[in-house]
Ligand binder design. Structure first.
Ligand SMILES: [Zn+2]
Length: 170
């Protein structure tokens, strides 16, 4: 028996509680399907989030160099089960989601990239480009006496810029 508002796992034939969410598609990152743990793992394994990224972007993303500006990003908390990457909060419960929404943390690579670039939607490609040039100038290590942190920020900015220019939107 589940609580009345409890979703069931959407995997055909599975009647466990759907406690774990996954984005329905890359174009619908805000539209979720709900699974039990085993089925969200299977779904997650099939999800090829990196299909459109080049090698460098993938590596940057894996190293998590875009940590700047998101001190409480959920990935820094408990690791998802069995070391599976959890870029979209697959392993969050609905409670976690409520908490996170209340604190208005960026929760997709796109919104996260916007936050890094200190942009608020809606943004135009021109606005992104303009902001990027400003930030590069501002955070370039040469302008900061070779400061290591400036270098890290610049990396995060480059990654955010790539995310925003390669993305179709949130
Ligand atoms: Zn299931």
């Amino acid at each position: 028996m589940h609580a009345p508002d409890q979703k069931n796992c959407e995997h055909p034939g599975c009647d466990l509680a759907g406690e774990f969410r996954a984005p329905r598609s890359r174009q619908q990152l805000r539209d979720y399907v709900w699974f039990c743990l085993d089925h969200v793992r299977a779904y997650n394994a099939r999800w090829n989030y990196y299909a459109d990224m080049d090698e460098d972007a993938v590596e940057e993303d894996r190293r998590g160099t875009a940590y700047w500006h998101r001190p409480t990003w959920p990935l820094n908390g408990g690791r998802p089960p069995q070391g599976i990457r959890d870029p979209f909060g697959f392993f969050e419960t609905e409670e976690d989601e409520k908490v996170r929404q209340n604190s208005e943390l960026p929760d997709s690579p796109y919104t996260q990239a916007l936050a890094i670039m200190e942009l608020t939607p809606p943004v135009t490609p021109d606005a992104i480009k303009r902001r990027y040039k400003e930030l590069v100038k501002q955070h370039h290590p040469d302008a900061n006496g070779g400061d290591k942190q400036a270098e890290e920020r610049l990396k995060a900015i480059n990654q955010a810029y790539a995310t925003l220019t390669q993305s179709n939107g949130p």
